[in-house]
Write a protein that binds this ligand. Sequence first.
Ligand code: SF4
Length: 131
Amino acid sequence: MNNTILLSEETEEIKKKVKQAFTDPQKIRKNDKGHPDNCVVFAYHKIFNFKNKEQRERDCKSGTIGCVECKEDCTTTMIEYLTPYREKRKELKKNESYVRDILKTGAHKASVETNKTMDEVRNHMKLWLNN
Ligand code: SF4
């Protein structure tokens, strides 16, 4: 599973994955004009980079940034974005029974609502088996 970034992954793993990610095959040298829409790294920029994704797109297209620098910027942005979620996950992992209780409560609530909805559907469609 090397094409996903998991919340459980450490910073070094994320860095490694972004470093190995496919980029525009036509952008070989730093000054080559790139096609960010053909690049996995730019897809990450689009999701995680709220500060300068438009600038990165212009830089790539004009050949003013190389893939190495662009990947480093992308990694920094992703780590910044993901850190609070990763920390929360670690915290919750220490208290698995609390998480199980939340999931159980949520499943029960969802089941009650689903049954109500299905009763309505059966009533509207006159699908009661005893009729
Ligand atoms: S400069 Fe960035 S967006 Fe452009 S091809 Fe390289 S890694 Fe992708």
